[in-house]
Design a protein around this ligand. Structure first.
Ligand code: MG
Length: 159
């Protein structure tokens, strides 16, 4: 059995706006996230964790920000690609675990929807997808509400 672990980390800064997209879920907020794509920091971290487990670089390797095709892209395109790469390599995704780091917006009310959306894209059961949230106790850039950080782990198994 071949077992792989990968980690992913991402940050996006806040800009003016009225909602953020996190794990494919539109969450009302008094700011938006700035990015080349839809700036879905959570989905990016999970995607990079899967690429990491495969030792196949990161989102930028497969979807260069210099390529205008990905401007404003919905991030499920990236996650779907990573999941397909895993399947093509003979791996199944055993589980993913994501932590979102921000003071606001509140993540708790949206966790179930986020888990369901990630599980749908990955083609795995919801019990294999964890979404958690924490603050940084008002310290650092997340504490000052300048942006959102996300850290993810993915485990892949090949028989
Ligand atoms: Mg990103």
């Amino acid at each position: 059995m071949d077992i792989r672990l990968g980690n992913g980390f991402d940050v996006h800064a806040f800009t003016a706006g009225d909602r953020v997209t996190l794990c494919g879920i539109s969450v009302p907020h008094d700011k938006a996230l700035l990015g080349h794509s839809d700036a879905d920091v959570g989905m990016h971290a999970v995607t990079d964790a899967i690429y990491g487990a495969l030792a196949e670089g990161d989102i930028g390797t497969h979807f260069p920000p210099s390529d205008d095709r990905w401007r404003g892209a919905a991030s499920h395109v990236f996650l779907d690609h990573a999941a397909k790469r895993a399947a093509d390599r003979g791996f199944r995704i055993a589980n993913v675990d994501l932590t979102l780091i921000c003071e606001r917006p509140r993540i708790g009310p949206h966790v179930d929807a986020m888990r369901a959306e990630l599980a749908r894209i990955l083609g795995i059961g919801r019990s294999r997808v964890s979404v958690k949230a924490t603050t940084s106790e008002k310290l650092g850039f997340t504490g000052r509400e300048e942006g959102i950080a996300a850290i993810a782990t993915a485990a892949l198994v090949s028989p």
